[in-house]
Design a protein around this ligand. Structure first.
Ligand SMILES: *Cc1c(COP(=O)(O)O)cnc(C)c1O
Length: 958
């Protein structure tokens, strides 16, 4: 008897290596056990009770079947190989740099850093907060300004934020904003996008000749200019100030090691990109932008600000300062929509400065400048027309009709030069950087002038006397203490040890989807084929990226039911902004420019109203009913009231209350019938992938938080990516980044943070259609399991029509507060004693927890978490029953530190053991936060946002 071909090979196929089971926590046995607890006969029934039948739509196999880890790496290696990595001397805000291996391996490739969440819980975030404070100190020192934030998304959006800050602070009533013509074109493009809906006009010109100081509310000056020119802006700044205008400077932080800082020239604001502090170009990102302001502007600074406060023991500790400025609270009064920023990249840039110290940074800057001086001298000697006399690292040459030939020779020799500098054709830009050598300079001479050995006699000065930096840079200890690798390694480890990230515990943050960031997904991002590409390299060199983008866009369309995807927005909030701009463009194209009302439910994330306000729409709040759903009657009333002016509704689905609202189709139709468009906030897509598609049930546009649903790690508060999907009718209004940079750019780079897209690409390829659907099902099961286990201990606030929650659930802690005085914060901090990161606190409902377990957590971890909350409930009961007061309880003193454990004088009403090792907490690998509970108001009253003096730090380290 012969055996069949299939029988021979049975059990040897890739199924055995399927990745799905690695990504998804619970195995079949656990799923069965959990289904019993939630009282569902099977997964299918649970989903049918959760997702409305009117939208449930099993994902066809539109996404290829799952690949193994080996297969996905092979595939990505092929894609990276299709990119041709040349040495790019293009400049224009992006430069070659050396990421020190010790930082690459121990930060960028370390899950202790990259899987951390935004540091809202300061006690478990002291490590990354310290690194961010170092970043802020670095930026203050480089710019000569008083206060710096902890990063923005990129230089161009930072410039737009500076313009908006200028508008808020300026005494001049005008609506014009002056922009230096020598500004990077991508910055100008993003400024145009931001200014237009708000009715501001950009006046672009030469500050020396075209500026009428009294007619503008502010100005942006680039330093050095995009052409490389180093100009003294003192007189310009003085005349703007005399007229009451606000002055921002876009400054290169490497040049600032040698140049007089913007603060000393009189600027009010400085912005720029910290990319060249060790962060690879990555075909556009991610990189940290910086913003610094003088003291008087600190309370209107956008983005996050790390400050120093004290903890419950009166010792210095770090935390996010002025949190009331956060968008979640300010909503349409917010000054910007920044939520996710670029924390991981800011940490890398700060550590680059810690690694090099001021001498090292200055030496790099001097070396780059010296090579540029030599390059300039040689080019002049060879008869080349070098346009800028004063420069740091960039020259503009006029090659006239030879320009194309020069570019061709450069590419043939393995490097790219900048094609367009300003309006005049034939101008070529050449930027040197940390990676440039003698050979680079010789290659440039050869390509430009056909001779690599000019006879040099004199060396031109590049930096005018009046613009040379005086005084010392970065005196603070941290920039001097870690020069050996042994020492830096230990510093990085010490900081990482202070923090709780996904590598130690589940982080059950509602709406933030802290799921697995698989190692295999992270590996490709540091491959040279992805990370060493310049965003403005010729597209024929970036064919690998083109393929990656096309395949990812196709998958995202398949998953969401939309027709087109833009990869440009660098965060969810930027996606909202881009999506609303598309809606605005659509209405205008139909002669309905008067539509300016944006309906937003009361439960929406704060970025929604903030984004609406940024595109010039007026926010009208729609109420929620008692079960947390959009109040359809109120919605209909508001639609009727504003019918002619209705531009859009922004809804989140499943809602931020964690429910799949049955009426979603009805809501979409009602808005459409009135001529409005539906923006569906896609932050909760983790409950929908493979189950239902926004583009099919009525939404017109959504963002996808790739750092939530699609596995890009949170990095402690960034990077992220927020691509948007749209229906075909909105496709013409997607952000564009044409060569001319003229239409609706929302990010500096055409494809946003391109270099982290392989992470999401890998995830989708690894999971395939079946895996993606299963992930959503298990995310919903896990959340229902938590709701079931906790329901008899804490009220679960909102449920769908069949009693089910979606992928997250809200537990109500307000009754506890009313009865006992124990607050949501007390409970959040007590979870730290159990080794957990708290859930989302007080969003979308004050006094509650929003818990999102994700599919990646297995039953054991879910049980550990539920047990912790149940044991906390028992502690609360002791307060309820009058056995202990709230003030005396372990809850109020949480989190407990080693200082509590070792206190010689223990006067508390509970034992040391109960405090430090609550029931169920692990003994062998117990996490102790390095500081006690933070006093936030102390820090806001005494605002300190750069490194504290050395003495205080050494005390804190005791
Ligand atoms: C996270 C989130 C956003 C904002 O996304 P970012 O990437 O942080 O800018 C918007 N809406 C909801 C519901 C979110 O959870």
């Amino acid at each position: 008897m012969t055996i069949t071909e299939a029988a021979i090979w049975e059990g040897t196929g890739p199924d055995a290596q399927a990745f799905m089971g690695r990504h998804i926590g619970p195995d079949a046995g656990e799923v069965a056990a959990m289904l019993r607890v939630v009282e569902a006969p099977d997964l299918h029934s649970l989903i049918a009770e959760t997702v409305p039948a009117s939208i449930l739509e099993p994902l066809a196999d539109g996404v290829a079947p799952g690949l193994t880890e080996t297969e996905v790496l092979d595939r990505l290696r092929g894609i990276a190989g299709e990119n041709r990595v040349l040495t790019s001397l293009i400049g224009q805000g992006y430069h070659g740099t050396v990421l020190p291996p010790v930082i690459q391996r121990n930060i960028l490739e370390s899950p202790a850093w990259y899987t951390a969440y935004t540091p809202y819980q300061p006690e478990i975030s002291q490590g990354r907060l310290e690194a961010l404070l170092n970043f802020q100190t670095l930026v203050c020192e480089l710019t000569g300004l008083d206060v710096a934030n902890a990063s923005l998304l990129d230089e161009a959006t930072a410039a737009a934020e500076a313009m908006a800050l200028a508008r808020r602070s300026s005494k001049v009533r005008a609506n014009d904003f002056f922009v230096d013509a020598d500004t990077h074109p991508q910055t100008l493009a993003v400024l145009r996008t931001r200014a237009e809906p708000l009715g501001w006009t950009l006046v672009v010109g030469d500050p020396a000749t075209d500026l009428e100081a009294g007619s503008v509310f502010g100005a942006l000056l680039q330093y050095p200019g995009s052409s490389g020119a180093v100009r003294d802006h003192r007189a310009t700044i003085a005349s703007l100030h005399a007229a009451g205008a606000v002055v921002a400077m876009a400054a290169d932080p490497l040049a600032l090691c040698l140049l007089t800082p913007p603060g000393a020239l009189g600027a009010d604001i400085a912005i720029g990109s910290m990319q060249r502090y060790g962060v690879p170009m990555g075909y556009g990102g991610p990189h940290a932008a910086y913003m610094a302001v003088r003291d008087g502007f600190k309370r209107s600074l956008p983005g996050r600000l790390v400050g120093v406060s004290i903890d419950s023991h009166g010792r210095p500790a770090y935390r996010l300062a002025l949190q009331t400025r956060e968008q979640h609270i300010r909503r349409e009064k917010a000054t910007s929509n920044i939520c996710t920023a670029q924390v991981l990249l800011a940490v890398i840039a700060s550590m680059y400065a810690v690694y090099h110290g001021p001498e090292g940074l200055t030496a790099i800057a001097r070396r780059v400048h010296r090579l540029t001086q030599i390059m300039a001298a040689g080019l002049r000697k060879l008869g080349v027309d070098v346009r800028n006399d004063a420069f740091f690292d960039t020259l503009t040459i006029d090659a006239g009709k030879d320009a194309d030939a020069v570019h061709a020779r450069a590419v043939a020799a393995g490097f790219n030069l900048r094609r367009h500098v300003g309006e005049k054709s034939g101008l070529i830009g050449i930027s040197l950087d940390e990676t440039s050598t003698q050979e680079t300079v010789r290659a440039v001479w050869q390509a430009v002038a056909g001779d690599s050995r000019p006879q040099l006699d004199a060396m031109p000065e590049g930096i005018p006397e009046a613009l040379r930096r005086q005084g010392r840079l970065l005196d603070h200890a941290v920039f001097h203490a870690h020069r050996s690798e042994t020492d830096l390694l230990r510093y990085l480890r010490r900081l990482a040890n202070k923090d709780l990230a996904l590598d130690r515990t589940m982080i059950p943050l509602g709406s933030c989807t802290m799921k697995l960031n698989a190692t295999v997904e992270m590996m490709p991002i540091t491959w040279p084929g992805f990370c060493d590409m310049h965003p403005f390299a010729p597209t024929d060199q970036a064919q690998g990226y083109a393929r990656l983008f096309a395949e990812l866009q196709a998958s995202l369309c398949e998953i969401s039911g939309y027709d087109a995807v833009s990869l440009q927005p660098n965060s969810g909030a930027q996606g909202e902004y881009a999506g609303l701009l598309a809606i605005r463009g659509y209405h205008r194209s139909r002669g309905e420019a008067h539509r300016d009302i944006c309906l937003i439910p009361a439960s929406a994330h704060g970025t929604n109203p903030a984004s609406a306000q940024m595109v010039g729409m007026q926010v009208v709040v729609v109420g929620c009913d008692s079960s947390g759903n959009v109040d359809v009657a109120d919605l209909r009333a508001k639609i009727e009231k504003y019918a002619d002016r209705l531009a859009a509704i922004m809804i989140t689905y499943p809602s931020t209350h964690g429910v799949f609202e049955e009426s979603v189709r009805e809501i979409c139709s009602a808005v459409h019938d009135a001529g409005g468009q539906v923006y569906l906030d896609g932050a909760n897509l983790n409950a929908q992938v493979g189950l239902c598609r926004p583009g099919h049930y009525g939404a017109d546009v959504s963002h996808f938080n790739l750092h939530k649903t699609f596995c890009i790690p949170h990095g402690g508060g960034g990077p992220g990516m927020g691509p948007i999907g749209v229906g075909a009718h909105l496709a013409p209004f997607l952000p564009q980044h044409s060569e001319a940079f003229d239409s609706h750019a929302v990010s500096a780079a055409p494809y946003g943070s391109a270099s982290i897209l392989p992470i999401s690409y890998a995830y989708i390829m690894l999971m395939g259609s079946a895996g993606l659907r299963r992930a959503s099902e298990i995310a919903i099961l896990n959340s229902n399991y938590i709701a079931s286990r906790l329901a008899s201990h804490y009220p679960v606030l909102y449920r769908g029509d069949h009693g089910r929650v979606a992928h997250e659930c809200i537990i109500d802690l307000r009754p506890i507060k009313d009865a006992t005085g124990i607050t949501v914060d007390d409970i959040a901090k007590r979870l730290v004693d159990h080794g957990f990161h708290a859930p989302t606190v007080s969003f979308p409902v004050a006094g509650t927890f929003m818990i999102e377990p994700t599919e990646s957590e297995n039953k054991a971890e879910l049980d550990r978490f539920c047990d912790a909350l149940i044991s906390i409930r028992a502690e609360i009961r002791a307060v309820e029953q009058g056995r202990i007061t709230a003030a005396e309880s372990a809850l109020r003193h949480a989190p407990h530190t080693v200082a509590d454990l070792l206190a010689t004088d223990w006067q508390r009403a509970y034992s040391r053991e109960e405090g430090c090792f609550p029931a169920g907490a692990r003994r062998t690998d117990k996490y102790f936060p390095p500081v006690g509970r933070l006093d936030n108001s102390y820090g806001d009253r005494n605002l300190i946002c750069s490194c504290p003096p050395v003495e205080e730090l050494s005390e804190a380290a005791d």
